[in-house]
Design a protein around this ligand. Structure first.
Ligand SMILES: *[C@@H]1O[C@H](CO)[C@@H](O)[C@H](O)[C@H]1NC(C)=O
Ligand SMILES: *[C@@H]1O[C@H](CO)[C@@H](O)[C@H](O)[C@H]1NC(C)=O
Ligand SMILES: *[C@@H]1O[C@H](CO)[C@@H](O)[C@H](O)[C@H]1NC(C)=O
Ligand SMILES: *[C@@H]1O[C@H](CO)[C@@H](O)[C@H](O)[C@H]1NC(C)=O
Length: 249
């Protein structure tokens, strides 16, 4: 009898032990998968592409793993990107694209209600020690707006909100003034007079030197046309790329 009850006790111990082992890995499975969240949203293909090409997606995913404060992502829809002026993204360098994406990430988790506790200006993941690349958040009990100084949009639809990650859909791309306001128009670089101080203006009768100056002027105008072409091809390639992604999904 005593032996039998010991067996039962052992069996129970095993059962409890196994149950413990089976449940323990579940929390260790880790935080939400950002790619999955955005893919399921169905209208974040441009953002997904940017998160991948800039590698910010991986960065976010690994920060979620060991972040004490969590992260909040503003996710512009494909429409939001489509509403940008043509060439806006292609006009950015690789590093600027990284900054643009990081600008959409706040270094802590905000539920819709805890946005009220945010104190402006709110630093983003693109912010340096100088506090640049920040946003302003304004909120009432049932509405949250985020503003970059150039763009303001409402934060209403939570795609995901469970510490450590919150993902909110936004209808506009958050354009940081640091990237878009100080910049001269795209056409301007061709006209920048940086070369004119070096090339002395010719005398009126001096045809040969006038021709010599006109030639470089033509030469400088050509690259800008080439840039336009390249930008155009960039857009075509991106569209084709997205169609490719769509087919794969
Ligand atoms: C997220 O899910 C995708 C597929 O749905 C997978 O390829 C990727 O490795 C996952 N990422 C992480 C960090 O688990
Ligand atoms: C998250 O941490 C776990 C264990 O700490 C590790 O196995 C996993 O690879 C990490 N995932 C990422 C995306 O860093
Ligand atoms: C948010 O912006 C809308 C206009 O886009 C405005 O009507 C509303 O008052 C703003 N709400 C807050 C809390 O700032
Ligand atoms: C945030 O608000 C302050 C005060 O209203 C303003 O000076 C600043 O320019 C705003 N910054 C942004 C990014 O909107």
């Amino acid at each position: 009898m005593a032996f039998a009850s010991q067996l039962v006790a052992l069996a129970l111990l095993f059962a409890v032990g196994n149950a413990g082992a089976a449940t323990a890995p579940a929390p260790a499975a880790g935080p939400a998968n950002l790619t999955d969240i955005l893919s399921k949203g169905g209208q974040y293909n441009t953002l997904l592409r940017l998160l991948s090409s800039t590698q910010v997606g991986e960065q976010i995913q690994s920060q979620l793993n060991d972040s004490f404060n969590g992260l909040t992502l503003f996710a512009p829809t494909d429409n939001a990107f489509n509403n940008l002026k043509a060439g806006t993204l292609n006009g950015l360098s690789a590093q600027e694209q990284v900054n643009l994406v990081l600008y959409h990430v706040l270094p802590r988790y905000y539920s819709l209600t805890t946005f009220e506790t945010a104190s402006n200006p709110v630093a983003t993941q693109a912010s340096g020690p100088s506090g640049s690349y920040s946003v302003n958040v304004s909120s009432t009990t049932n509405q949250v707006n985020v503003s970059t100084g150039m763009v303001e949009t409402q934060v209403n639809n939570a795609l995901y909100s469970d510490f450590p990650l919150a993902v909110y859909s936004v209808d506009k791309v958050l354009l940081p003034p640091q990237l878009f306001e100080a910049k001269p128009p795209v056409a301007a670089p061709a006209e920048t007079p940086t070369k004119s101080p070096a090339t002395v203006k010719p005398g009126k009768g001096d045809h040969s030197s006038a021709a010599a100056i006109e030639a470089p002027a033509e030469a400088t105008s050509k690259p800008s046309a080439a840039v336009g072409l390249v930008a155009g091809w960039g857009i075509v390639v991106v569209v084709v790329g997205l169609m490719g992604v769509g087919n794969h999904l």
